[in-house]
Ligand binder design. Sequence first.
Ligand SMILES: [Zn+2]
Length: 242
Amino acid sequence: MTTCEKYKNLIEKYIEGTIIDGQLADLKTHAETCESCREEFERCVLLQDVVRQAFSSPMAAEHAGASLVARLSEEPNLRLRSTRFGTALFAGKRAAIAAGILLAIGLLLGFTIGRAGNPAQIPLTAQVPINVGKIDGTVLVRHEGSDVWRALEAGSNIYLGDTFHSTAGSAFALNLDGESTLELNQNSMLVLKLYNGQTQFFLEHGECTASLESPHGPFFISTPHGRVEALGTEFTVKVTDE
Ligand SMILES: [Zn+2]
């Protein structure tokens, strides 16, 4: 094996937590003079830091993926080696969440992450007649009951219970009945709750603007702080962290 392969293996051991002190010192010495190994080592340290924060914060585990994606999307220089991370960083019951996170990271960075085995298929809820309008940047969607985030595309089908996550600098619009639209601004998370004569979205955080054809059926946007009913034709709902 080449010198660098040896150090890449040490980096894997570092991720696994099985590296011994002598090897770590050796790795650090090599990283001082080898740019490729240094960059990879630094990325591993950063990723570990991000993952640790995601799992140690009081935020619900199901949202860890989204916040990790949001944070990583602000790190344009981050590049992951897919096969090295899949099994190394995570174990046990976090693996499913991690798989979703890794898939999302892979989407953002243009990788296809291989997944071990076949994850159980999630039965989809009802598809709804909503089309994806304009998309700027990277918007992710996750179906209800699934832990996998996929990139939202112009032709994507929309289902009840879908959660939409717009990353930093990204935005998109949903085309609803008639001429009505709902636009989600950057760094936002929105869930489609109801779409059956009554429309209900849940804005978990971020900002969305509804432009509704008049007259329109009952239209609500709920938030962690309360519920907004659309009485007029155009309004914006904003949820900030504090
Ligand atoms: Zn090297």
